[in-house]
Structures are given as structure tokens and as C-alpha cells.
Design a protein around this ligand. Structure first.
Ligand code: XIL
Length: 567
């Protein structure tokens, strides 16, 4: 009883609202021409940071930075609102105006009191010639003073940009107590013996520079709530083998170490794919041209070397791999015409699994694709037939990954569960590898849309829980504003994840947690008798007194050593 009351209190979290940003520097109090400090890294050369009029609105002032070489950006000493310190805030934002395109390689660099807050490739190509607001995490900087020093800017050899309206934002109420185990997702998924996973990528929001900061909200949201992590980009072919035969493991290694520090498993993603291939392969932007005219043997050697080197490097540490990714065509009617398929033929898939298995015989090897979640659809059945062929050829494959990039309210969960179950009959795992549940723009921020989405996450978790061959559910992105879906759909869809801006828990977070918690607490699996479209095997169902039950029975039954409720 006591425990029930406690949960009522804990789990009825309301919608939380983030605070408004407070501008702490708009440069209006400085005379035009005032020069600010320039911060230099790696012995960088000088630039000039001067207060000038705003390039768009001459009535306002802004800070103009120019340099013709690397490693210098403006450095300012700023004062926080009275009575507050940096520890009270969770985000810093500023407006940036770029006069021209920088060089291709550039890095956004933000440091507070010399500690790096953000340092990552600057990917905002679209904002030249206009003011754009940039927002970055500001967690975990302990500071008891009311002033702090910040250096911020784009590290580029051709710096010519303006900065204005530097603002800080109070930490949002995220809707649950992240420090209390019982309120985290990870606790309950783990209690059910399941993996709840999350992908993180350095390009999303400079995550690699935040891994060391325990209190950083992106970092903390990850390691408190998830027991599995996937590199969103850093284990792809172009990231790991940027030059032929030369492997670059630093970023991926760092994530694996991080996972080990936090007791999380790592899914390796992905060994063989048509996308994000390195330039030297010369496969064209869609991964389908053979620009170097490789022979079949040459391409087999390239793939074998890549897979063998990568899987061996992580042997015993990365316990499962997406060996082949997206090998089916968009609609699933045929094989995708990737460079691998066109030059090698379908056998590239078989070979890839054999090489991965040889490099780490204990690794669990998956084939992964999208829009193949439902049984009875062209692509769902094509993936099944491919997996079946691989199994019948004794290829070392252990599971199928369903990416599950879906639109809220669209999945037919009976078809999804039937799909998971038929893989079990083949002796294969079937897991959800890249879940996001997108919402159309007209529905953004609407409670009804968020509830619909929460129902989808919940149903996926129930399928995971009910099926022993479904150990993992991985979510593709940690917070709505940095989801790949926004770019992928040109902004017409978004908000696909379980945390919103500033890592505030959405209804989907609570519903997912409910699924795991209810399952753990009841120890009972709830099924509807027609879940797989067929009549259940009543000859093997018993009530609690050991008596066989027949069709139409409702209530608790035991079947094959498992408890079910027939409704
Ligand atoms: C996406 C990443 O999230 C993006 O950052 C990147 O720009 C493109 O790739 N299917 C996959 C993932 O298997 O690797 C993709 O990830 C999303 C679709």
C-alpha cells in the first residue's frame, strides 16, 4: 500500500515550463569602437573584437569579430543577475551573424573560465548573412561568483562575424527527479532485464565535450536513463576509415570508454551501409556509383578489411553490431542498388556477416532496415525473407533490427508483434534500433499529439517486454531540438523523441517508464487472446488452481511457466 501511494505521488508529474532567457550582454552600454579581449588557443594569432553597429540595424550595437587566421575568438567578462551564479542556469544562447561563408572546416568553440562548454564542428551552413540564435548547454559549471569569463566564437581562418544578445536561462523543471533511481527509465528497464538505448552524436550538439561533465543535463539524461548507447555517426564507415586502410577510432573509443564507466552496453552501428561512406570510396552521394571502378575482388577486400579491423578493435567491448544496414530498396521491392550490391551482388551481405563473426565470435550480429516493422507489408516481408534465406544458408546472423522511424499513430502494433514473433520462430532476435515517433508541424507542442506519441512508445515497450527475442529498444536522439528528423523532413515533422527542449520529460517518457514499471511490479504479462490473429493454445493454459481453462476464460492463467491475463 505504502509503495502504491508513493508511486502516485512520484508519477503524476505535471507539464513543466522552461524559464525565459535573461540577456546579460547586448553591447549597448559600450561606445562604438570599444575593443574586447581576444582569446587565443594553441598559440593562435590575433583577431579583432570591436563593438560596432549591428549589420542589420544601425540603431543597435553588436560585437564584430574579424581574423584572417585560426584559433582566436572574442573573450568577455560577464555579470549574472544579482544573487545568482552559473550553477543556477542550464543554457546559454547568443545571436550570431555571419558576413560570409567560412572555410569548410570550422569549429564552434565556447569556454567558460577556460573550461570547454562546446567544441564541435560548426554545421550551421544556412545562416550566412542573417542573425541566427544559437543555444548551448550550460550545466555543471560550478561557480560561486556572479561574474564569469566566456570566450565564444567560430574557429575559422576567415573569421568575420557578429555576436549579440548573450543570454542565460534558468534550469527547467524536467518533470521528474533524475537523481532518484526509482524515477528513471533505466532503473525499470533494467529491472525487467531489458535494454533501453539511446543514440548520441558529436555533430548533434558536441556531446563528446560534455561526457566529462557529470551534471551536464544532456550527459546526465543519458547515463541516468539508459543502459545502452549507440554512436549516431561515429562508428560509420566514413568516421572510422576516413582514408583507405587508416582507421580513426578516437571518437568511437571515447564513447565505448564512457559506456564502460557508466555500466552501459554499446551497440555498434554500422559496418556496411550505402550512406556515409568515405570520399575515397568514390561511391557518389547516394552510395551507388563505383567511381573508382573497383573490381568485385577489390571491393570485397575493402569491406573485409573494414569489418575485420573494426570488429576486432572492439572485440568483447562492443557486444552487438548492425552488420548490414538498409540493404533493401526504399519500398522493399528489391535490393538497394548500393555500390556493394552492384559490384559484389547480394552475397556481400552473407560475407559481411561471416567476417564480423570471425572477428568476434561472441558478438551478436544484426541486419537492420527501416519501414520493415510490420508483418504483411512489402518491406516487412522482404526483410523476413532475406533473414530466412541467411538463416537457411547458415550465415552467422543473430537478429533483425527494425529502425522504427515512424509517424505518431500510424503503426499497427498487432502486425509489429506478429513480426517480432515470426523472427523468434527463425531463432532470431528482433529489436527496435532507432525509434523516433515524429509529429507533423501543425501538431507541434499539442498535448493530444504528445499523448498519441506516448502511446506508440508504450506499445513498442510492451512488445519488447512480452517477447524474449526482443531485448533492446533504442531511441534515436536525446531531445527534440536535435533530432535528425527535422533536417530529414525539411522541418515539416519533428518532436519525435521522449525529451523536449532542455531535457524536459514528455508524456512518452512517463508512458515508457510505466510500461517497464508495471511489468516489473505485476510480474504478469497482459495479452489479448487474439494478439497474433489466431486462437491461443488453450490446451496449455491453467488457472491458479492448476485447472485447465477453455476458450472464453478471462483472468489470470499460467502457460508454459509464464503468467498471463486473458482479457
Ligand atoms: C542519421 C544521423 O542521426 C544523422 O546525424 C546523420 O546526419 C544521418 O544519419 N538510419 C540510420 C542512421 O541507420 O544511421 C541514420 O542516422 C538515420 C537513419
Amino acid at each position: 500500500m505504502k509503495i502504491k501511494l508513493l508511486f502516485l505521488g512520484l508519477f503524476c508529474a505535471g507539464i513543466s515550463h522552461a524559464a525565459e532567457p535573461v540577456v546579460i550582454e547586448d553591447f549597448e552600454s559600450y561606445a562604438a569602437g570599444t575593443e574586447m579581449n581576444v582569446f587565443r588557443i594553441y598559440g593562435g594569432s590575433a583577431g579583432q573584437a570591436v563593438v560596432e553597429s549591428d549589420p542589420k540595424d544601425s540603431g543597435n550595437k553588436a560585437l564584430h569579430f574579424t581574423t584572417s587566421s585560426w584559433n582566436a575568438f572574442p573573450q568577455l567578462t560577464l555579470t549574472l543577475p544579482a544573487g545568482t551564479t552559473l550553477a543556477d542556469y542550464s543554457a546559454i544562447s547568443f545571436d550570431l551573424y555571419r558576413m560570409s561563408d567560412d572555410e569548410d572546416y570550422k569549429v564552434m568553440d565556447i569556454r567558460i573560465d577556460s573550461k570547454i562548454l562546446f567544441q564541435s564542428t560548426y554545421v550551421h551552413h544556412a545562416d550566412t548573412g542573417k542573425w541566427t540564435n544559437k543555444k548551448y548547454d550550460l550545466n555543471g559549471f560550478d561557480s560561486d561568483g556572479s561574474t564569469f569569463t566566456i570566450s565564444l566564437g567560430v574557429n575559422t581562418p576567415a573569421g568575420n562575424y557578429y555576436i549579440d544578445n548573450i543570454a542565460v536561462k534558468k534550469a527547467a523543471d524536467i518533470g521528474y527527479d533524475i537523481d532518484d533511481d526509482l524515477q528513471t527509465l533505466r532503473y525499470w528497464a533494467e529491472a525487467c532485464g531489458k535494454k533501453i538505448g539511446m543514440s548520441v552524436s558529436n555533430t548533434d550538439n558536441g556531446f563528446w565535450s560534455l561526457m566529462d561533465i557529470d551534471n551536464n543535463m544532456m550527459n546526465k539524461t543519458l547515463y541516468r536513463n539508459f543502459n545502452m548507447v549507440v554512436a549516431g555517426n561515429e562508428m560509420k564507415f566514413d568516421a572510422l576509415e576516413p582514408a583507405q586502410g587508416e582507421f580513426s577510432f578516437a571518437n568511437a573509443d571515447r564513447l565505448v570508454e564512457y559506456a564502460e564507466q557508466h555500466g552501459m552496453a554499446v551497440r555498434g552501428h554500422t559496418l556496411c551501409w550505402h550512406s556515409q561512406l568515405p570520399g575515397w570510396l568514390n561511391a557518389g552521394s547516394d552510395g551507388s556509383t563505383n567511381g573508382n571502378n573497383y573490381t568485385k575482388q577489390q571491393l570485397l577486400d575493402i569491406l573485409k578489411n573494414h569489418i575485420t579491423t573494426v570488429v576486432s578493435h572492439y572485440k568483447g567491448r562492443v557486444k552487438e553490431w548492425d552488420v548490414v544496414n538498409e540493404m533493401l530498396s526504399n519500398g522493399g521491392g528489391s535490393m538497394r542498388g548500393s555500390i556493394w550490391y552492384k559490384v559484389i551482388g547480394e552475397a556481400y551481405i552473407d560475407s559481411a556477416f561471416v567476417w564480423a563473426h570471425r572477428a568476434d565470435p561472441d558478438a551478436i550480429l544484426y541486419i537492420n532496415d527501416y519501414s520493415a516493422e510490420e508483418m504483411g507489408t512489402t518491406k516487412g516481408d522482404a526483410l523476413y525473407n532475406l533473414a530466412k534465406r541467411l538463416v537457411s544458408r547458415k550465415v552467422p546472423i543473430h537478429g533483425v533490427g527494425l529502425q522504427t522511424h515512424v509517424t505518431a499513430g500510424k503503426l499497427d502494433f498487432t502486425k509489429v508483434e506478429n513480426n517480432v514473433k515470426r523472427y523468434a520462430e527463425l531463432g532470431l532476435n528482433c529489436i527496435f534500433t532507432e525509434v523516433d515517433v515524429k509529429i507533423s508541424k501543425s501538431q507541434f507542442g499539442k498535448e493530444s499529439a504528445w499523448q498519441l506519441q506516448a502511446g506508440d512508445y508504450y506499445n513498442l515497450a510492451l512488445i519488447q517486454l512480452r517477447n524474449a527475442n526482443c531485448p533492446n529498444l533504442v531511441i534515436w536522439g536525446i531531445a527534440d531540438p536535435i533530432s535528425w528528423i527535422i533536417g530529414e523532413t525539411g522541418g515539416s515533422y519533428g518532436e519525435p523523441l521522449i525529451f523536449s527542449d532542455e531535457y524536459v520529460a514528455k508524456p512518452a517518457f512517463f508512458k515508457l517508464r510505466d510500461a517497464y514499471r508495471q511489468y516489473r511490479e505485476s510480474g504478469i504479462e497482459s495479452i489479448t487472446p487474439d494478439i497474433d490473429g489466431s486462437t491461443p493454445d488453450y490446451s496449455r493454459m491453467y488457472d491458479l488452481t492448476g485447472r485447465k481453462v477453455g476458450p472464453g476464460y478471462k483472468g489470470l492463467v499460467i502457460s508454459n511457466g509464464r503468467k498471463f491475463i486473458l482479457r
